[in-house]
Design a protein around this ligand. Structure first.
Ligand code: 2BA
Length: 107
């Protein structure tokens, strides 16, 4: 058995959890914070039989793939006026650790 620790963006977490639970994976969701950006992200713990690891990774990847989005940014002028313009940013993606599980116990 393996434990997958998957860090995904908050925006993708709901879709990832839905995809996993629909496919009979059990998931624990943790609210976490990235050390670099200091922004919220989501860490998922998924206990998986060895033969299901690839399927699980593929489901996570399909709902959290890297993509670009346009978000509004604001520029200020010296005359005290501000304007909003769209900038392209990369969002999504997943960081996944796969760990060996020594024992899995439910009491
Ligand atoms: P990613 O590499 O896609 O990482 C997304 C989040 O996954 C990270 O959030 C962190 O919470 C987690 N993570 C990634 N690799 C990890 C690891 N080896 N161990 C533990 N957790 C890990 P943030 O730390 O806020 O980073 C957000 C994004 O900023 C990263 O995206 C990466 O593109 C960039 N980044 C992170 N650290 C950096 C650094 N030291 N220098 C330059 N860019 C960095």
């Amino acid at each position: 058995m393996k434990l997958l620790i998957a860090i995904v963006s908050n925006d993708d977490s709901s879709a990832v959890i839905t995809a996993l639970t629909k496919n009979k994976f059990q998931v624990t969701k943790l609210s976490t914070t990235g050390g670099f950006l200091r922004a919220g992200n989501t860490t998922l713990l998924v206990g998986v039989e060895d033969e299901k690891v690839e399927e699980c990774i593929s489901l996570i990847g399909s709902e959290s793939c890297k993509r670009t989005e346009m978000v509004p940014a604001t520029a200020s002028f010296d005359i005290g006026r501000y304007t909003s313009y769209p900038v392209e940013v990369q969002v999504g993606g997943a960081t996944i650790f796969v760990l060996n599980v020594e024992q899995f116990i439910k009491l």
